[in-house]
Design a protein around this ligand. Sequence first.
Ligand SMILES: CC[C@@H](C(=O)O)C(=O)SCCNC(=O)CCNC(=O)[C@H](O)C(C)(C)COP(=O)(O)OP(=O)(O)OC[C@H]1O[C@@H](n2cnc3c(N)ncnc32)[C@H](O)[C@@H]1OP(=O)(O)O
Length: 316
Amino acid sequence: MNTPGLILRLASHRQVTPAAFIHKHIQVISQLSSKYEKDDAKEKWLKEQGDGGSVSYARNGSNNDLGLVTFHHKQKLNAFTGAMMHDFSVAVREAVKDEKTRCVVVRGENGNFCSGGELNFVERIASEEGSFVMNTVMMTALKKLANSEKVSIAVLEGSTMGGASEIASACDIRVAHRKSKVGFVQGKMGVCPGWGGGRYLLKTLGTARAMEYLATAALVRAEELYKIGYVTHLFDSEAELTEYLKRFSRLESKNAFVAAKRMVANYSGKTRNPKEKEEEERRIFMSVWGHADHKKSIQAIRDNLTRAKKEKKDKK
Ligand SMILES: CC[C@@H](C(=O)O)C(=O)SCCNC(=O)CCNC(=O)[C@H](O)C(C)(C)COP(=O)(O)OP(=O)(O)OC[C@H]1O[C@@H](n2cnc3c(N)ncnc32)[C@H](O)[C@@H]1OP(=O)(O)O
């Protein structure tokens, strides 16, 4: 192809949003924002779309440090409906408020995380109003989860498709069943990430890999995701998963646990300027230094050293 032809071809492929299009969308968004001024109006609208399934929040009976957000729609591999998006918002609010827990475990029932948007529901809300409401409600819920002081853990089993990969990415940690798969398949449906979790996909995968996976609608095995660090732990059985989750009760000081989460969150976001991040780092550190747990731990370490020294001496 000659150079002018090539330039014309490239220009026609360049995705430039025309000004008229942007203007129309600003108008639509402004109308919808007034119609659904309150978050509960959007949640109510989603609930009315129904289509089965639910999402619950409960404290884990055998490990009280864990709160469980569970997807229930096993006949459709936990595909998300409007009712489930409504419940998810409520469940996340309950989970992050629960003062008794340290972690929020996000999981699907029956050995499957979630197969993305439920197709009948997706078809029904395929409109500007639908995209506005779904995107806003899910974005708010994912932000709440990502910004909370709990450590959030997504347990990926079976299939994690489309929007479900956004939920998984919004969590601090992803653990996966060795045989599971994650599909960044939004493009196969002719759309892009729409559950408000695009930013978390970029953060957890890195821009190049997020581009590759989204542009190819990749279905990726857990073992590959483990190699690139998207998944931090692979498990083969429920017993192994239970053992893994017990690790999050190891820190005696809950204060130190919360500070660890705050310290990581402070530097993983791009929202604050460097000066504010430094100030926040100092504030976090000052919240643990000199705290009763700190003083108790110093004494415990000192006692350990003394004990070890005595044991060494006795052995001689
Ligand atoms: C707006 C949401 C959008 C976004 O923006 O992000 C997305 O989420 S895009 C992603 C949409 N989801 C999909 O494309 C996945 C569709 N499902 C599949 O490709 C497969 O089901 C599977 C996930 C690869 C699993 O395959 P398999 O193990 O062979 O199970 P089945 O296919 O037999 O599924 C069992 C049962 O569940 C029904 N099902 C599965 N996913 C959905 C769904 N998303 N919506 C509605 N129903 C779903 C499937 O039809 C089967 O039903 P029965 O045939 O009645 O048993």
